[in-house]
Ligand binder design. Sequence first.
Ligand code: FAD
Length: 333
Amino acid sequence: MTISQAAGNVCTVSALNTKKQQTANSVESEVIYLPNTDCAIKSQASLSAFTSYRVGGEAQLYVSPRNVEALQASLKYAKERDLKVTTLGAGSNLLVSDGGISGLVIATRHLRFSNFDPQTGQLTVAAGESIPSLAWAAAELGWEGLEWAVGIPGTAGGAVVMNAGAHNRCIADMLVSAQVLSPDGTLETLTPDQLGYSYRTSSLQGGDRIVTQATLQLAPGADPAAVVAITKQHKKHRLSTQPYNFPSCGSVFRNPKPYSAGWLIEQTGLKGYQIGGAQVALLHANFIVNRGGAKASDIFCLIRHIQHQVQERWSINLEPEVKIIGEFQGACG
Ligand SMILES: Cc1cc2nc3c(=O)[nH]c(=O)nc-3n(C[C@H](O)[C@H](O)[C@H](O)COP(=O)(O)OP(=O)(O)OC[C@H]3O[C@@H](n4cnc5c(N)ncnc54)[C@H](O)[C@@H]3O)c2cc1C
């Protein structure tokens, strides 16, 4: 038996490439469709709703394909127009500048599919599937292996790229293979040893390949109630130790082993320090939270301030884990 889910409508073939749309203020604007699909390319799309920080300017162009063919068409569209491509998962590890992103932003959130194969114990998922949803789905089936991931609010694709991890586990530990799409439109299946994994790092970071799908090795056959209970414990622990009540990107800095970034920041006296609407979280000093109305530049300048202070006090360079995208030059005066 194979248990599969596919969410959302698949982009279908459409004869239309452009059509006029009536906007709220009655000014006609042009919606561009990817050739031969019904995927709309939006211009000047606000990204703040698509990042967990709830900040950031507009994408010059934005598309959210629902299948690999539409993703390939998106890349072709960008290539033909010499547009820079930026890939967006759930935006839970991104700081997008107030000035936004030029070129084409390709969001993977609508690439949806998941397949639990009891014969192999493998879970194959499309890049846009939500990691917490997968953790709960696996737990409810009695499949062990993803309990640790329940508090990571990203997509499967983002987790493969970031080598997301918690509770001493990470995606690289269980990844069987990842399917990636190159800018020329070719698909390739890669194993973890081809992905250069280490702590929160992979060779996919900063590159131009897009993860379309991942296969994870899990362990079926456990008591679902027991796996759900462990998953709940992890979630509870996260909620009590990390500030989930304000927008954030999770941990801002990598831990400079043997230290934890949070400890260094706290010892530097920066807990609660605030620039504009951005604050070093009181509950966990490696989180910067948006207390309301923060601009991307507030968060960026707080990151730089923390780095400067920690460098002064400890001679340690804190390296951001969060991906900083767009123009911040001159943001901090
Ligand atoms: C409250 C909170 C708690 C968190 N806790 C943790 C934690 O415990 N452990 C942890 O590791 N992280 C944690 N994070 C950070 C974040 O959730 C992870 O890094 C996550 O894996 C990012 O996935 P995403 O889909 O949101 O990626 P995004 O933030 O959208 O993107 C991250 C990077 O990956 C690239 N990318 C995304 N998808 C693809 C794709 N399909 N193909 C190619 N490139 C892609 C982007 O271009 C970007 O460079 C937390 C974040 C929050 C807000």
